[in-house]
Design a protein around this ligand. Structure first.
Ligand SMILES: NC(=O)c1ccc[n+]([C@@H]2O[C@H](COP(=O)([O-])OP(=O)(O)OC[C@H]3O[C@@H](n4cnc5c(N)ncnc54)[C@H](OP(=O)(O)O)[C@@H]3O)[C@@H](O)[C@H]2O)c1
Length: 372
């Protein structure tokens, strides 16, 4: 279904990243012009980088590029850039640093707060009407149980700087939108997975695919007399990964759907399976056995390999130990109407992800599991 509000270009940020490029491809595929805001980097200008990410040369009409960063003032000043920005009614803001513990918190905050705020203010003086802000379901921080989409800051604590600043950014963008008369809508994916081998960024997707390759490697390396390999997590907690294709389709709809004005939306798997169910489906697909998820307290006397696997998963350990359910009623009501089916994480869907992961053979490092 088409959700085009007008033929004005959609300004997309983060086009050179994992999510931004999927959203851009989706918009272009639906015939919607895109104005990509991207920065020059590593000796390559923004235009070259966008062309490489999207797989299409910018032609100045269906795909155009404005070169700018979002590191502070965030608003491109070149007169030609301003002319192109003047036509923009919708922004889909996908840019963002996904480091959990950034080395320079001030720079990280500027990229998530000052830069996008400056861009919002600059565009609000032109034709901008709506800003679709890609956040994360994990603004819920360390909460457990069910989290509703209309909840934001409820006094939760956080696992890391990333979650805290993402919530601050949601709050600041909404407040600025109210002042400026711009409809700010917030889109919160959980952990997005997709064709990681072909992308840069997309850190959790890479980890998931590495994990699948690790399982495949262990399956072929372990003998029948080896005991089970235990992974400490929460076996019965939901495992909420969501395919990038669903996230891009949902963002495409929710960025401009009139019913989404001012809302917040969880972009997550429907009725996600538990961690032990996911592991069982992955092992089944790989024809492997002998790996179990156990409660951390039950992991007595871990073997050297179990310790190495635990260290390898350490950046995501707290997420694996969290028992949280993201209610997605508001997103699903609009997406059902738009004909975007809920993503189901069943054996077939996981099998397809296994195929993507195994398209690249496991490296010896993945199979042996790095020591740190
Ligand atoms: N991937 C997930 O599982 C996931 C889940 C939930 C939410 N999200 C959110 O989705 C957004 C995109 O994530 P991703 O996985 O696509 O990340 P990614 O692959 O690392 O891409 C990040 C994008 O943001 C751009 N960017 C970062 N800082 C910038 C700055 N200061 N100025 C201009 N551009 C900047 C990057 O540009 P360069 O190429 O120039 O560095 C790149 O295009 C983030 O806001 C993230 O919080 C992601």
């Amino acid at each position: 279904m088409s959700v085009a509000v007008s033929e004005s270009p959609v300004l997309v940020t983060g086009v050179t990243g994992f999510l931004g490029r999927a959203v851009t491809r989706r918009l272009l595929g639906s015939g919607r012009p895109v104005l990509a805001l991207a920065r020059a980097r590593d000796g390559r200008d923004a235009r070259t980088r966008v062309a490489a990410a999207v797989g299409r040369e910018p032609d100045g009409r269906s795909l155009d590029v404005v070169e700018a960063g979002l590191d502070g003032d965030g608003a491109p000043r070149h007169p030609a850039a301003s002319r192109r920005l003047a036509a923009v009614e919708t922004v889909i803001h996908c840019a963002g640093d996904t480091s959990f513990f950034p080395a320079d918190v001030a720079v990280f905050r500027a990229g998530h707060l000052a830069g996008p705020l400056a861009l919002l203010r600059a565009l609000a003086g032109m034709r901008l009407r709506r800003w679709a802000h890609v956040s994360t379901a994990y603004v819920a921080g360390q909460r457990s149980g069910t989290v509703r989409e209309d909840e934001g800051d409820v006094g939760q604590t956080f696992h890391n700087v990333y979650e805290r600043v993402k919530l601050e950014a949601e709050t600041a963008m909404r407040a600025a939108g109210r002042t400026l008369g711009i409809d700010v809508r917030v889109l919160r994916p959980s952990i997005v997975v997709g064709a990681a081998p072909a992308t840069t960024g997309g850190a959790p997707a890479h980890l998931f695919f590495d994990f699948v390759r690790l399982l495949a490697g262990l399956a072929s390396a372990r003998g029948s007399r080896d005991g089970d390999l235990r992974i400490a997590a929460r076996p019965r907690a939901p495992f909420n990964i969501v395919p990038v294709d669903y996230v891009a389709a949902a963002i495409h709809v929710l960025a401009e759907a009139p019913g989404a004005a001012g809302g917040a939306f969880h972009l997550v798997a429907a009725a996600p399976p538990t961690q032990e169910q996911v592991l069982a489906m992955l092992l089944d697909r790989l024809g492997a056995r002998g790996v179990r998820v156990v409660e951390a307290v039950d992991l007595a006397a871990p073997s050297a390999l179990e310790c190495r696997v635990a260290r390898w998963l350490a950046p995501y350990r707290e997420y694996l130990e969290q028992d949280i359910h993201f209610d997605a009623s508001a997103a699903r009501a609009l997406l059902d109407r738009a004909g975007v089916p809920a993503p189901v994480l069943d054996a077939r869907a996981l099998g397809a992800l296994v195929d993507v992961a195994l398209a690249r053979p496991a490296s010896p490092v993945e199979v042996s599991c790095p020591a740190s």
